[in-house]
Design a protein around this ligand. Structure first.
Ligand SMILES: Cc1cc2nc3c(=O)[nH]c(=O)nc-3n(C[C@H](O)[C@H](O)[C@H](O)COP(=O)(O)OP(=O)(O)OC[C@H]3O[C@@H](n4cnc5c(N)ncnc54)[C@H](O)[C@@H]3O)c2cc1C
Length: 411
């Protein structure tokens, strides 16, 4: 019998297993994948996410794999242009976009090193219940025999289509339709550093350096135009870049060499799902998923898995009832992630509301606020602080914004 079984071993699951095992708990983490394993993700990690890895003592290991460091970011949203970088967050002065084959393997290995038992290639098909509580899982490796593992607590860290969520009946209680689809691939021959460019015509280009001296290049458009895009994938891909930033389109054609197949996805809706119940919890995308536009999935998974680990430890060590402690994790997650969720859902529409247009246009005229903007995006400045009406009033005053453009609240 384990203390905790974690289903899913990527950004949410492995760190949870690692943190619990480090505190002496008996943990099993299973994943149907075998690592190294890729997944559909553009894998940008914010300073706030890297600071979690640093705190856990595993950032150096990631850095040793030589993911290219980014210290200068370029954002544009139609004609609003912002360049710079956030102030250090917990001493972190650069960011990375490591390939998931590398990041996730390190996380799995660190869980193992900490003493968690890791079973790869194991697909969970059932949650076992006893006396009204989740008490274990059932599943198998490939076509092998069915196996059962029991535990005091079961955590689904199994992604947005969470099997565990379905089996425990965890319902979605907040949902926002996703607007877009994405196509991306990896290119040799580019030197663009970080580009996050949303153009006129509701389309977006994202590009950043990653392992193997390659750049990940991604394009997004609204779903209504996906059929048209698919009729000529390569041509449409280039067309978006040409239209959003013509000089990058030209450079891609001249110097870029696509090294891998395109990955594609029509985004699933943004949601919060009930993430705690008797004997179970959900963490990472399983419980809270949003559009990748702001690149916060990995960072949030790392951040809130740490909160869950703390609450599970309180319960497992007997200092308070475990379900009560875990319920508190969901409250913390929901309260702290609300700003990121709302901002992400709005920006991912690929057209700015008048409010965000005013705020970001004014921000782009102020070096001080531009740095704050990057702090907001990186997780160093809370949304409540950046978007506080008093803060915006000062911004508008500083840049002499016309009176009719001084919008202070979202509604
Ligand atoms: C196109 C795209 C781009 C993105 N870009 C970024 C980005 O730039 N930055 C960022 O921070 N985030 C990004 N994200 C989001 C990010 O990838 C996710 O938020 C993150 O992977 C969530 O981690 P997780 O551990 O919760 O779940 P996942 O990474 O989904 O891992 C879940 C694991 O559970 C396992 N599993 C599932 N079901 C079972 C089962 N029944 N039995 C056993 N194992 C199971 C799976 O094999 C998988 O390994 C992007 C997402 C997409 C789709």
């Amino acid at each position: 019998m384990y203390d905790v079984i974690v289903v899913g071993a990527r950004c949410a699951g492995s760190p949870l297993a690692m943190l619990l095992a480090r505190r002496g708990h008996k943990v099993l983490v299973v994943d149907r994948a075998t690592f190294p394993s890729d997944t559909v993700s553009t894998h940008y990690i914010h300073q706030a996410g890297l600071s979690r890895l640093q705190d856990w003592g595993i950032l150096d290991r990631l850095v040793a794999t030589e993911p290219p460091a980014m210290r200068h970011l370029t954002f544009s949203y139609t004609d609003i242009f912002l360049e710079g970088f956030a102030d250090p967050i917990d001493g972190i002065t650069e960011v990375y976009s490591p390939r998931r084959t590398i990041l996730d393997e390190i996380l799995v290995d660190e869980a193992r090193r900490a003493g968690a038992e890791v079973v790869e290639g194991f697909t969970v098909t059932d949650v076992i219940f006893a006396e009204g509580r989740a008490a274990g899982v059932r599943g198998r490796i490939g076509d092998g025999p069915e196996r059962e593992f029991t535990a005091r607590f079961v955590v689904g860290a199994d992604g947005r289509n969470s099997t565990v969520a379905g089996l425990v009946g965890a319902e979605i209680y907040r949902s926002v339709p996703a607007a877009c689809f994405v196509y991306y691939s990896y290119y040799d021959g580019l030197d663009w550093t970080f580009q996050h460019r949303t153009g006129f015509g509701e389309q977006q280009l994202g590009a950043w350096p990653t392992h193997n001296d390659q750049h990940l290049v991604a394009v997004m458009r609204r779903k209504e135009r996906m059929r048209e895009f698919r009729a000529n994938v390569e041509g449409s891909f280039h067309e978006i870049i040409d239209q959003v930033v013509p000089e990058l389109g030209e450079d891609l054609r001249t110097n870029g060499k696509r090294a891998e197949n395109f990955r594609a996805m029509a985004y699933p809706d943004n949601f919060y799902r009930r993430s705690a119940g008797p004997g179970w919890a959900l963490v990472g995308d399983a419980g809270y998923h949003k559009d990748p536009f702001t690149g916060w999935g990995i960072t949030d998974a790392l951040k809130y898995t740490e909160v869950l680990a703390e609450k599970l430890h309180e319960g497992l060590s007997g200092s308070r009832p475990i379900d009560e402690a875990v319920e508190e994790y969901t409250k913390i997650r929901d309260a702290e992630s609300n700003g990121t969720f709302e901002l992400t859902c709005s920006l991912a529409e690929l057209s700015l509301t008048p409010y965000y247009d005013s705020v970001f246009r004014a921000t782009s005229m102020s070096p001080e606020y531009t740095t704050k903007f990057f702090g907001l995006i990186a997780g160093g400045i809370p949304g409540e602080e950046f978007f506080a009406p008093a803060n915006l009033e000062r911004l508008y005053e500083d840049v002499n914004m016309p009176a009719d453009r001084r919008i202070l609240t979202r509604s």
